[in-house]
Ligand binder design. Sequence first.
Ligand code: C5P
Length: 337
Amino acid sequence: MSGTAVRVRAPAKVNLALHVGPVRPDGFHRLATVYQAVDLFEEVTARPTARGAVVVRTEGAEGRQVPGVADDPGHLAVRAAEALRAYAGVRAGVDLHVRKLVPVAGGMAGGSADAAATLVACDALWELGSDRRTLLRLAAGLGSDVPFALLGGTAVGTGRGEVLRPVPGAATRTWLVVSGFGGLPTPRVYAELDRLRGAAGVLPALHPGLLDPLLAALPADDPRLLAAALHNDLHAAAVSLQPVLTEVIAAGTAAGAVAGTVSGSGPSVLLLVDGQTDGGARGGMEDRAQPDARPDAETTARRLRPVLRRLVPEATLSVVRGPVAGPMAGPSRPDPA
Ligand code: C5P
């Protein structure tokens, strides 16, 4: 095995619906959610090492440092490799290199993608051939979103998010992702939701059929059906902690997005764009001449950028599409390092 490296990409996720129920005895909230994997990836390269330890080095785009991520045993990639090592009785160490392109603590499960990619990469590196069920079980022990990061595509998540049912047939959608607001730790957002609900005397419940409108909208051609069915119970809590998010979403829809919401626990903002039109007009006709026509992602982004610069100068904007497949190990190859 020495001299080989395995490189695996794992996608970020968005929650198209996120209903938060009561707190369970273990402190987690019961969820009914629809996850979708989008084409923004974390990339993990696993290399054998002579040291019998798991070590990680993280870098952002173009080799930049990633604030808020410590290359220590708490890193989800390290925890994933350690979990697989313990389960399979592997004594070898591994050198992990994480190329981080998903916003940190942004509500898009970048850390979970690191863990999922690491499980797949180390499983291939150590030639374990673990079945999917085993990896999903290990993933659930690492975090609520890690099993979905392993699965990809579109799926309903229940339990604390880790019990998955794949949903085939979703149409491809295009989103603008606005990030760079600084991180919003997930526990803080859930705690804020509990506080808001307590203050309003709301008793949370998850009713059967809650996800039906969203599931019905998934295969539809018209993104406006999806726009009407998007739902996120954590939206109010994220906005309460970062009020500027409301202005960013309003600016996004004014620029032409069909709908906007925070992604998961935020603070990344998702703006659904039509994606069918070209250059802001359908069939060569101006927006004005066809009130239903919606601008595409590039046009919406061009209109939104100057407003964003005023609202959140450090914000970044990217175009993503989903659903995409989950991580897969490429063949082991000579170490590129
Ligand atoms: O499972 P994960 O480590 O991603 O969860 C991070 C935190 O988010 C938990 O410690 C908890 O505060 C909150 N959480 C929750 N209910 C869930 C998922 C996460 O309260 N279903």
